[in-house]
Each structure stands twice: as structure tokens, then as C-alpha cells.
Design a protein around this ligand. Structure first.
Ligand code: NAD
Length: 295
């Protein structure tokens, strides 16, 4: 028996599983991509032949999968995690998915007698690598208390956001703010340049004034001013524009279901989608400034 099963060993899951091993946990893993499983094995993860086999070998099962469809399939599909996990297992889904899928999987887990948390992350591949992720978790107090020491091996900030699905709700709302605010920064820096302001001078003013925000301070879309900006590296991500389209789309899906008006969210979603459709999905999301400049 291992301590933890880890399913989905990609760009995020790979380093997260490695950090669990380094913290002293026995980790059994599975990924449909043989290369991902092989890389995890080299980091001390025991390979399993299927998600069900991995889930049957540990009391805690973590998933880090692309989207809601895969999370539903891996949990509730034939030979899925919920059927294979032992009695009273704790299931922690760290993927970023739609709130409705998260709540459906929670309900299926509860029916089978398992505890579950949706615990999406912020911090990207660098945060996964350095074990500095932020986890926002939805589920019961008991599930949160049980998960917290495990999540602490992969992250620095672990917040209980409330009921099932609320971790995903916090994640989409957070990323909608990030997506909108990056476009605001890109528009203002473009306008400033056209008005004859030096970007560095404007940054020194705006970053200390009422316009200051996380996107500006950390991911300024103009090179040579903020060390952590992808703009310094020809917009190599970072957090890709394609990922931003995914997360903005989730915010719009959630807004539709909840009956919440998000006019700026909708406009920002359309701009990122246009940028990705023009073939720039692999650039950092802050490269949206190119679209603003060319408009
Ligand atoms: P990724 O594509 O690198 O990894 C996903 C892994 O899941 C792949 O290795 C894939 O083979 C595997 N997989 C797919 N279907 C499977 C199945 N049925 N069974 C087992 N394995 C399966 O993606 P990623 O960048 O690691 O992202 C994972 C999740 O984390 C996504 O939901 C993403 O939105 C979220 N996220 C990513 C970042 C980031 O910067 N990359 C940041 C925050 C959140």
C-alpha cells in the first residue's frame, strides 16, 4: 500500500508528485501518456497500469487532469477511481475544471462513501516545481483537515473556500480578474507609449498609484522592467494564452449557470480567443499586448 495515488503526471502533476516523494510519501502514479509515467517513475513514483489500479493501492487519490471531461471519466467512468478506491478514501482533484463537473464528481464520491475536495491551484509550473502552489479547496471541513498536510508538501498557501465546487469557483473568479487586468495593463501601456510616456517612467508611477495590480507588478507585458515578465523572454510562457482561454471560458460558463453579468469577462474572453485563433496559443497570456498594439 502506498500513501498517495497520483493520476495525471503532466507539466503540473509531474513535479507535484515528485514533491510528495521528496516529502517522504510513498506515491503510486498513473498517466495515459507513457512518457509522463516514465518521467515520474524516474522521480521515485511507483508506476501503476491504470487509474483504477493506482486508486486501489492508496487511501488518498490526487488527480491533475486537463479538464472536466477527463476528471469525470477517471472518477466515474467504467473502472474509475470512485469504484476502485478503498472504503473511506480521500479524493483530491487539483485540476482546473468547470464547477458543474466538480460538483457532480463530489456527489458520486459521497454516494460511494468517499471524502472529496476540489483543490485547484494557482502558481503554474514554476509553483508546482518549487512546491509553492496556492490551493483553493472546496469540500467538508473533515476532508480539508485530512488533505491539508498532504497539500502542504506541494504548496505554500492552502485555503478552504467552502462547500464542494467552491475551490473551482474561487479559481475561475481569480483568473477572470487576472485575464481582465492584464488587458487593462496592456491597453494603458500601449496608450501611454502613443502619448509619449516612457514605459519605465509610467511603470514607476502606476505601480505605486491606484492602477497597481498583480498583473502589472509580476507579468508586465513590456520588456526590461519587471524581472518575472514573459515579455523579457519573447513571451515564452509562463501561463499560456491557450490556458487563459480555457480559464476565461470556464468563468463564462459559470457566469451563465449562475446568472451573473460579467461584461468585461466576456469581452476579455473574446480577445484572448481571437489571439489564440490567430495562432498564438503557445505564447504567454501577457502577449495579448500584441493584439492591442495591432488593433
Ligand atoms: P498537462 O496536459 O501537461 O497534464 C495533464 C496530464 O493528464 C497529461 O500527462 C495527460 O496524459 C494526462 N491524462 C489525460 N487524460 C488522462 C486519463 N484519462 N488518465 C490518466 N491521465 C490522463 O496539463 P498541466 O499543465 O499539467 O495541467 C493540468 C491541470 O492543471 C489543468 O486542469 C490545468 O488547467 C491546471 N493548471 C495548469 C497550470 C499550468 O500553468 N500548466 C496552472 C494552474 C492550473
Amino acid at each position: 500500500m502506498a500513501d498517495i495515488a497520483f493520476i495525471g503526471l503532466g507539466n503540473m502533476g509531474g513535479p507535484m508528485a515528485r514533491n510528495l516523494v521528496q516529502a517522504g510519501h510513498g506515491v503510486v502514479g498513473f498517466d495515459v501518456a507513457p512518457a509522463a509515467l516514465q518521467a515520474a517513475t524516474a522521480n521515485g513514483v511507483e508506476p501503476a497500469a491504470s487509474a483504477a489500479e493506482a486508486a486501489g493501492r492508496a487511501p488518498i487519490v490526487i488527480t491533475m487532469l486537463p479538464a472536466g471531461a477527463q476528471v469525470r471519466e477517471v472518477h466515474t467512468g467504467a473502472g474509475g477511481v470512485i469504484a476502485a478506491a478503498g472504503e473511506g478514501a480521500l479524493l483530491i482533484d487539483c485540476s482546473t475544471i468547470d464547477v458543474a463537473s466538480a460538483r457532480a464528481v463530489h456527489a458520486a464520491a459521497a454516494e460511494a462513501g468517499h471524502e472529496m475536495l476540489d483543490a485547484p491551484v494557482s502558481g503554474g509550473v514554476a509553483g508546482a516545481d518549487a512546491a509553492t502552489l496556492t490551493f483553493m479547496a472546496g469540500g467538508s471541513e473533515a476532508a480539508f483537515a485530512r488533505a491539508k498536510p498532504v497539500l502542504a508538501a506541494m504548496g505554500r498557501t492552502i485555503v478552504h473556500a467552502g462547500a464542494p465546487g467552491n475551490g473551482q469557483a474561487a479559481k475561475v473568479c481569480n483568473n477572470m480578474i487576472l485575464g481582465i487586468s492584464m488587458i487593462a495593463v496592456a491597453e494603458a501601456f500601449t496608450l501611454g507609449e502613443r502619448l509619449g510616456l516612457e514605459p519605465k517612467t509610467f511603470f514607476d508611477i502606476a505601480s505605486k498609484a491606484s492602477a497597481s495590480c498583480w498583473a502589472m507588478l509580476n507579468h508586465l507585458p513590456v520588456p526590461g522592467i519587471v524581472e518575472t515578465s514573459a515579455a523579457n523572454r519573447d513571451f515564452k510562457p509562463g501561463f499560456s494564452a491557450a490556458m487563459m482561454v480555457k480559464d476565461m471560458g470556464l468563468s463564462q460558463e459559470a457566469a451563465g449557470l449562475a446568472g451573473a453579468a460579467t461584461p468585461l469577462g466576456a469581452a476579455a474572453t473574446a480577445l484572448y480567443a481571437q489571439f489564440v485563433e490567430a495562432g498564438h496559443g503557445e505564447l504567454d497570456y501577457s502577449a495579448i499586448i500584441k493584439l492591442i498594439r495591432e488593433a
